[in-house]
Design a protein around this ligand. Structure first.
Ligand code: SPV
Ligand code: MG
Length: 306
């Protein structure tokens, strides 16, 4: 039983909308939880970026899984793992589900592109997977999971690839028939009309399967509008990553050009704040408990060296 996957499933069906933050490592996941998000998106772009490689199926499954696991261990909210195209074909998907579920990840998301995938915002053409092959990937994923609450999210790349609304609807239908627990409809449009047109048509037919959006390019959209259009989850996939990149660049540039770090102190977190974020209080308490206990052992004559 995985309490976090139950929590996520419950939230998806009972809340107006589930707010998810994209994280690239455990620290960004902790900051996301503290900010009030309901779940973590273990971002493929974010994890690739922190490893210094492009978001193009360069890292392998265990590297992505390890990063997601660190996020999971560091937080109390569920982790949804971005699993790109499922790391290969049907047997790779099977192993992926076994491993992610076993390690406590609440949900995985796979996208209907061909391996090796490229980040959806990269120009130069995106190749969609065959609809039947991708549907069988979803089916094997659902057959492989061993707990009821674990979720498999199918991500539609039809709009990203320029294949349009009808293609997206056809694929969403096939993926939900294959067992997908939710549909993530991705878009790189400058406004939300594309995803709204999808949700309107989709809800006419299949009200029960929750819809998810990633409003990166149509960033002016308000959460209230997403709720009105019946989206059940919103993922802010890369804002934390981008914030840390700009902040590091600015601060480090200033140190080099000013020849001192004195002037950046107001812009950066105090070391104490970092200590607090990473559980140093707990570490100290355990140490104090240990020291006290050791004294007791010595005084009472317990243990081997008494
Ligand atoms: C990611 O965060 O890796 C995603 C979302 O897949 S996006 O980069 O918007 O495609
Ligand atoms: Mg990704």
């Amino acid at each position: 039983m995985n309490k976090k996957s139950e929590k996520l499933r419950d939230a998806l069906y009972t809340r107006d909308i589930v707010k998810v933050v994209g994280a690239h490592d455990a620290l960004s996941a902790i900051i996301g939880e503290n900010a009030g998000f309901d779940a973590i998106w273990a971002s493929g772009l974010g994890i690739s970026a922190t490893h210094g490689v492009p978001d193009a199926s360069i890292l392998n499954m265990t590297e992505f899984l390890e990063a997601a696991e660190f996020m999971d261990q560091a937080t109390s909210i569920p982790v949804i793992a971005d699993c790109d195209t499922g790391f290969g074909e049907v047997n790779n998907v099977k192993r992926m589900i076994k491993e992610y579920e076993r390690r406590g990840i609440a949900a995985v998301c796979i996208e209907d592109k061909q391996f090796p995938k490229r980040n959806s915002f990269l120009s130069g053409g995106q190749k969609l997977a065959d609809i039947n092959e991708f549907s069988t990937k979803i089916e094997i994923a659902k057959r492989t999971q061993t707990t009821d609450s674990f979720m498999v999210i199918a991500r539609l790349e039809s709009f990203i690839a320029g294949a349009g609304l009808e293609d997206a609807l056809k694929r969403a239908k096939s993926y939900t028939e294959a067992g997908a627990d939710a549909i993530l409809v991705h878009s790189k449009a400058k406004n939300a009309e594309e995803v709204f047109s999808f949700s309107e048509r989709w809800l006419e037919e299949n009200k029960s399967v929750p819809l998810i959006v990633v409003p990166t390019t149509y960033n002016q959209v308000q959460i209230e509008e997403l709720i009105i259009h019946k989206f059940k989850m919103v993922i802010y996939a890369n804002q934390a990553l981008r914030a840390s990149v700009s902040s590091m660049q600015q601060v480090l540039h200033n140190i080099i050009h000013q020849g001192t770090s004195k002037f950046i102190e107001d812009e950066v977190a105090e070391v104490k704040k970092v200590f607090n974020l990473i559980g140093t209080d707990d570490l100290n308490q355990t140490q104090q408990w240990f020291d006290g206990r050791l004294d007791q052992y010595k005084r009472l004559g317990l243990g081997m060296n008494s």
